[in-house]
Design a protein around this ligand. Structure first.
Ligand SMILES: Cc1cc2nc3c(=O)[nH]c(=O)nc-3n(C[C@H](O)[C@H](O)[C@H](O)COP(=O)(O)OP(=O)(O)OC[C@H]3O[C@@H](n4cnc5c(N)ncnc54)[C@H](O)[C@@H]3O)c2cc1C
Length: 306
């Protein structure tokens, strides 16, 4: 980093503890954390960064286990300069740092339906990258395009179809940073949209440990989702069910626990390390394989060094 020929306007911090930035509150340090002031700052920084330095864009860490050894990379975390939300007709454009909940609410107030985002605890960059979705609607159903700064520093607009959004995945270029996204949203009555969001929140709170430190669903449902990102709910074999059948509901390892409330949620019950969480997850996979011959696939992304 000594060689950097550009002095960023945003904050560049060495050795930043990533546990502070993830929902699970675990993870070692990033070599550097960069919080760009705006798009021009991010572009100039990436253009000046030596090509052998890895870049890892991070949202609010709601789908991540960062391992205890941390990340040998510059973690890019977008903040205030990237959180604007604009509604114009049926188009909703949101900065990548805008929280999904804020986008859903602001769209609803303007009579536009992006209610599916209301209960997803991430930010828009992570939502696009992961094709976030719930209650039958996904980013793929609404996204028009994403504005992206490539690792080279070049800014480009990528059309939704070129991101090949599929179940919890996209083909975003390696190390590229999404800085904004534009969605198409159907009209709706603001009061009815608000009521639907309240219903969804209540449904979540009743069935998932929403107040616990987790990263959402730990494993994909074994029968998988179709390439459109949609699963046939009625026929799908559920991850929570096979975990239950393997007797792992409530299992503990160090500070990690399989939630008593929903067995596809891996939680930091207090003082867990990333190793506790990942090892317990692997124990679950082993038990499910032994008892039912099913190989569970992680849905939580695990990154960094052990
Ligand atoms: C309680 C709970 C419930 C959840 N329920 C759901 C649900 O119903 N549906 C669902 O889809 N998900 C759900 N999740 C998972 C998670 O919230 C989503 O995957 C979310 O979209 C991740 O967003 P994030 O900002 O936290 O991304 P992170 O977890 O920070 O990152 C996830 C991935 O996105 C990449 N990324 C993040 N920001 C950017 C960016 N600006 N540019 C490029 N890449 C980026 C990261 O590099 C990483 O690969 C849940 C999580 C929790 C904790």
């Amino acid at each position: 980093m000594d060689k950097l020929s550009y002095t960023p306007r945003g904050a560049l911090t060495p050795n930043y503890p990533l546990a502070d930035l993830t929902w699970l509150r675990v993870g070692g340090p990033a070599d550097w954390l960069f919080q760009p002031a705006d798009e021009a700052d991010l572009s100039a920084f990436l253009a000046a960064l030596p090509a052998d330095v890895a870049v890892f864009p991070m949202g609010v860490g709601s789908n991540l286990i960062v391992r205890d050894g941390g990340l040998r990379a510059v973690v890019i975390r977008l903040g205030r300069g990237f959180s604007a939300i604009d509604v114009e007709g049926d188009r909703v454009t949101a900065g990548a740092a805008a929280l999904d909940v804020h986008v859903a609410r602001k769209a609803a107030e303007a009579g536009r339906d992006l209610t599916f985002l209301r209960t997803i605890p991430g930010a828009i960059g992570g939502a696009v990258r992961m094709n976030a979705g719930c209650y039958g609607a996904y980013v793929a159903d609404h996204l028009i395009s994403a504005r992206v700064v490539l690792r080279s520093g070049e800014s480009v607009e990528i059309k939704a179809e070129d991101l090949h959004l599929a179940y919890r995945s996209s083909t975003l270029p390696e190390q590229a940073v999404i800085i904004a996204a534009t969605f198409r949203a159907a009209p709706g009555d603001p009061a009815a949209l608000a009521a639907r969001m309240a219903e969804q929140i209540a449904k979540r709170d009743a069935s998932q440990p929403t107040k616990a430190r987790s990263a959402g669903s730990t494993f994909r449902n074994p029968s998988g989702a179709s390439s459109t990102g949609r699963a046939d709910d009625s026929q799908e074999l559920k991850a929570w069910k096979v975990i239950d059948d393997a007797g792992m509901r409530g299992a503990r390892l160090g500070g990690a626990q399989i939630s008593e409330m929903h067995s596809n949620f891996l939680i930091n019950a207090g003082g867990a390390t990333a190793r506790d969480l990942e090892t317990l997850g692997e124990e679950v996979r082993k038990k499910v394989l032994q008892t039912q011959g099913i190989s569970l696939e992680w849905e939580i992304m695990r990154v960094g060094e052990y």
